[in-house]
Design a protein around this ligand. Structure first.
Ligand SMILES: [Zn+2]
Length: 709
């Protein structure tokens, strides 16, 4: 099984129903169908027996590699590991696709049963001392073994993964790390369940027109359905972000805005049984201890050592460079809003629960832009066409519908992707509509990754979105944010489709977490180009292009209130690095005081009183509900520096489809996977490392960073 971070397999699965392998479509050979699983025959009960067989198979393969008598070589160790676990990978890809995009009770039950087994399976492989000795030996001789550059990189990736998991440590240290990982997993689960409990405990019932004042129809509709879901008559505000944000933006009732705001920012911080502050203290301490066992000063240094940023200082330099002009811009907006309050006859200081409300008033005045006016020009089919067109102009790709290919739901569409030479590059699946069986959000995943190790294997790539489906016979219309999401996910899809490497460990999106958003965020830039919008933003009924005036307003409104959004975000990224920059405490130290720590972090960066972090630590799921973004929340902005700087290369050429720039982009970024260190890959594309200038221009902070007091 390729060493991806994706969940893999389990040891064995007691209690799995007996299904003869011959009857299990998951265990069949799918080559005849181009590698596409026979979705129409796959049922939930097929997974546990298939997992059991695949897991056992993988364990045997890995044991054989570790016990090999011949001296360790690239072929008998690294390539052998890359070839192992193929059945498991196939099953895992199909399972995670269905568990996210088309789940049901049976699949959810399997998911709960299987994920701890998968974690244990990988822990055992990574802790296998004999296996690591072989990887270590291949690494030690890699320079002089006649390996090519890609093979050397693959050896280095294996060695790094195992070393960072603790493979080189003493048995006692390995045991302690396993304990820590298990405890962190339990704490992470409790953390998110506490946040959920606080969210479920809150609802504010609104009665009468007086309490609904200011709320437009679409918000009233959603407050009504929130209420009925909770068995409440009328309208209710709950604590999901998609309810809270529009309520704060539109409600005329300052007292109600304050109530909702306080409920929202106090999630996980209510001192009762659902309080998360002690959990935060323990998680931060355990992560620091683990980092120290692995030889790092603190968790942030551990985490960033294997990222493009390399050090917390590099991440902070970037955050600081953006913070200064963003803060100046936010303070200007604050003053304009305070003036608006006075103009309205208000005699109070702008508070955090007022910001979105007065920002909306200011936006209407300054930009004269109404989101609903643009929707008729953004039909789903046209935006898909626009994404394909952009991929065609940049990379010579063609997309041909393949209605005959097996899919997991009738709404899913499949396309055959070919290059300019007519050669098949892979298949692309679009699963665009929201439904109850799909989790929220949007993402890219793969049914099969590209690789050349066991023959020339083409990728099968999936985009999943949650757009509201129009009734039969009508065109599905998108908001501009939806259209941007489609382009974003399609950028990830191209990263998977254009991948051209030999080894799966470095294929497609298997790159550093602060680099992986470059291909996706970069692709969004084309959607915003007037050249593209004039061509594809056509009225869904009349077919007429978007009026120039509307287009101009759309572009102008893009950067409104960006100072606020930037500060809200950077404060989280800075606090994340602060929390994970703490050394392991001494036994005599008193436990971390989460409140005092948060206040000190915000004071250090000069957070304005009127703005609260987008995610305060007691509900900061990115870093505490699992470790995904721990000391890594900065990554979003890191990638944005890259995408803004990368798109500037097209701007500078004077052609947004400049062929020479597009070719470099394909060779060095989209096709290259993790073949190179990300900084080297970027330099190969751009001729230099990125600077934050383009990002500051993109966010509308073009003026040089002025001193801020
Ligand atoms: Zn993304």
């Amino acid at each position: 099984m390729p060493e991806t971070e994706a969940p893999a397999l389990l040891d064995n699965s007691p209690g799995a129903p007996a299904i003869a392998p011959g009857d299990n479509p998951l265990l069949e050979d799918w080559t005849a169908a181009g590698g596409v699983p026979p979705f129409f025959r796959i049922r939930a009960e097929h997974f546990l027996p298939a997992y059991a067989q695949a897991l056992a198979e993988h364990a045997v393969e890995v044991a054989a590699i570790a016990a090999e008598r011949a001296p360790p070589t690239f072929a008998n160790t690294i390539a052998a590991l890359e070839m192992s676990g193929r059945t498991l990978e196939r099953i895992d890809n199909v399972f995670s696709l269905l568990a996210g995009a088309d789940t049901n009770d049976a699949l959810q039950k399997i998911e709960r049963a299987i994920s701890p087994q998968i974690a244990r399976h990988w822990n055992q492989i990574r802790a296998n001392a004999a296996l690591f000795r072989r990887i270590d030996a291949v690494m030690a001789t890699a320079e002089h073994s006649g390996l090519d550059a890609e093979q050397k990189r693959v050896v280095e990736r294996y060695h790094t993964r195992y070393r960072r998991a603790g493979a080189a440590l003493s048995e006692a240290a390995k045991e302690r790390i396993a304990e820590i990982i298990e405890r962190l997993a339990a704490l992470g689960t409790t953390f998110s369940q506490n946040v959920l409990a606080d969210e479920q405990a809150f609802s504010l019932r609104l009665e009468g027109e007086a309490e609904l004042a200011g709320l437009p129809g679409f918000i009233r509709e959603s407050l009504k359905s929130e209420a009925s879901e909770r068995g409440i008559d009328g309208y209710a505000v709950t604590l999901s972000r998609s309810t809270v944000e529009p309520f704060l933006q539109f409600s005329d009732r300052r007292d109600l805005r304050e109530k909702v705001f306080r409920g929202f920012v106090m999630r996980g911080d209510n001192d009762g049984p659902t309080d998360n502050k002690a959990i935060i203290a323990e998680m931060v301490r355990l992560r620091a201890e683990r980092a120290r066992l692995l030889g790092y000063a603190d968790f942030a240094h551990y985490r960033l050592d294997d990222a493009m940023a390399k050090t917390p200082a590099a991440a902070r330099d970037l955050l600081g460079a953006v913070w200064r002009p963003a803060r100046a811009s936010a303070l200007t907006d604050r003053d304009a809003m305070q003036a608006l309050i006075r103009e309205d006859g208000g005699n109070f200081k702008l508070e955090p629960w007022d910001w979105r409300y007065y920002a909306e008033k200011l936006r209407r005045r300054v930009c004269d832009f109404d989101e609903t006016a643009i929707k008729p020009y953004l039909s789903l089919d046209r935006i898909i066409e626009a994404a394909f067109y952009t991929a065609g102009r940049l990379f010579g790709l063609n997309f041909t519908p393949r209605p005959d290919v097996a899919v997991w739901h009738p709404d899913v569409r499949a396309w055959r992707v070919t290059g300019s030479d007519g050669k098949e590059i892979g298949l692309f699946f679009g699963d665009y509509f929201a439904r109850a069986s799909k989790r929220s959000g949007a993402w890219m995943t793969a049914i099969r990754d590209q690789q050349k190790l066991g023959g020339d294997i083409t990728p099968l790539i999936v985009n999943v979105c949650n757009f509201a489906k129009a009734p039969a016979g009508e065109a599905t219309l998108l908001s501009f944010d939806d259209a941007r999401t489609l382009f974003h996910e399609f950028g990830h899809a191209l990263h998977g489709l254009l991948s051209s490497v030999t080894y799966p460990i470095i294929a497609g999106t298997n790159v550093a977490t602060d680099f992986v958003e470059l291909p996706s965020q970069l692709f969004e830039h084309w959607l915003e180009q007037p050249e593209l919008l004039r061509r594809f933003a056509l009225h869904y009924q009349a077919g007429t292009p978007i009026p120039e005036q509307l287009l101009a307003r759309l572009v102008a409104a893009r950067n409104f209130n960006k100072g606020f959004a930037t500060l809200e975000y950077i404060a989280c990224a800075e606090t994340d690095l602060d929390l994970h920059g703490l050394p392991p405490p001494n036994p005599a130290d008193s436990p971390l005081d989460a409140h005092a720590f948060e206040a000190a972090s915000l004071a250090r960066i000069g957070m304005p009183d009127e703005i609260v972090m987008r995610h305060r630590p007691p509900h900061f799921a990115h870093i505490f509900a699992g470790g995904g973004y721990a000391a890594g929340y900065y990554s979003y902005m890191w990638s944005e520096v890259l995408d803004a700087d990368a798109f500037a290369a097209f701007d500078e050429s004077g052609d947004i489809f400049d062929p020479a720039t597009a070719k470099r982009l394909r060779d060095c970024i989209y096709a290259a996977g993790g073949r190179q260190d990300p900084a080297e890959a970027y330099k190969a594309f751009r001729g230099r490392l990125p600077t934050a200038d383009a990002l500051l221009r993109k966010r509308g902070f073009a003026a040089p960073a002025a001193a801020v007091n």
